[in-house]
Design a protein around this ligand. Structure first.
Ligand SMILES: [Zn+2]
Length: 260
């Protein structure tokens, strides 16, 4: 029950206005698990076609700023490859994230998340009620694609996890990168069996990205900058994500996977 509206922007490109009722979310709060609380809205946000968004709840402040993806400095052909075969109206909904700062006002701790990115990595963002997050490796550029509404903290957590992948790549040499790229590609192909060492490359990479996210978020817990934002919740989001790999791992190793 959310009343997302699609409105026409000045040049007829749709803009999204998130009007999800905070009171409605508060009714869910009781009985929510820490992970479910990461899905509740901490604020209402209006996402302009391009510009700044301020999200503020309790002691947690998020400031994001985005422009056209053509301002990302990435050649048009590379952008088209990253965004795939999408209708043009979908392509135009992707923004180039210029900055994202999160602050814990209680501790005066603030961090610009994009400063961790290597020079050749960009974040493409689509304000939406649907959430997804991916890290793409290109020949000369890497892209993080993040879709969602940052008033739901699991979107923020997912973005920091993807930044963790970009940071991990900074510490790898060419050979390691090639091996990892091949491992991920094999991992996604259900027909390919993989030796345990190759599976471990993928799982260790995932764990690294989660450790990075937990490190970055440490100043935001204990006490939490927002009551919906607990370390328990983020750990549960991590565990659920890592668990989603179990089925694939079992298949890769040729073991029957038990449901439930
Ligand atoms: Zn990951």
């Amino acid at each position: 029950m959310n009343d997302l509206r699609i409105e026409s922007g000045s040049d007829n490109v749709p803009i999204f206005v998130s009007q999800t009722s905070l009171n409605f979310d508060k009714r869910f709060l009781e009985g929510s698990t820490p992970q479910q609380m990461l899905g509740l809205h901490i604020d209402r946000a209006t996402y302009p076609e391009y510009g700044d968004v301020l999200i503020h709840g309790e002691d947690l402040k998020m400031e994001l700023s985005y422009g056209q993806i053509s301002s990302s400095g990435i050649p048009k052909e590379a952008i088209e490859r990253f965004l795939g075969h999408q209708p043009i109206w979908t392509v135009e909904k992707w923004k180039n994230l210029d900055s994202l700062t999160i602050t814990n006002e209680k501790k005066q701790a603030g961090v610009n998340l994009l400063r961790y990115l290597p020079d050749n990595c960009r974040v493409f963002y689509m304000p939406d009620t649907v959430h997804s997050a991916e890290f793409y490796e290109g020949e000369n550029f890497d892209i993080i694609k993040i879709r969602g509404d940052f008033t739901q903290l699991h979107v923020l957590v997912a973005l920091i996890h993807e930044i963790g992948h970009a940071v991990s790549k900074k510490g790898q040499d060419t050979q390691q990168r090639q091996q990892l790229k091949k491992a991920y590609s094999n991992f996604r192909n259900y027909r390919i069996k993989m030796p345990p060492e190759e599976i471990d490359l993928v799982l260790n990479e995932e764990r690294f990205a989660w450790d990075f996210a937990l490190d970055i978020l440490e100043p935001f817990f204990d006490p939490p900058a927002h009551s919906y934002f607990t370390k328990e919740g983020v750990l549960a989001q991590r565990d659920a994500a890592l668990k989603s790999f179990d089925k694939v791992v079992a298949e890769k190793m040729g073991k029957p996977y038990e449901l439930g």
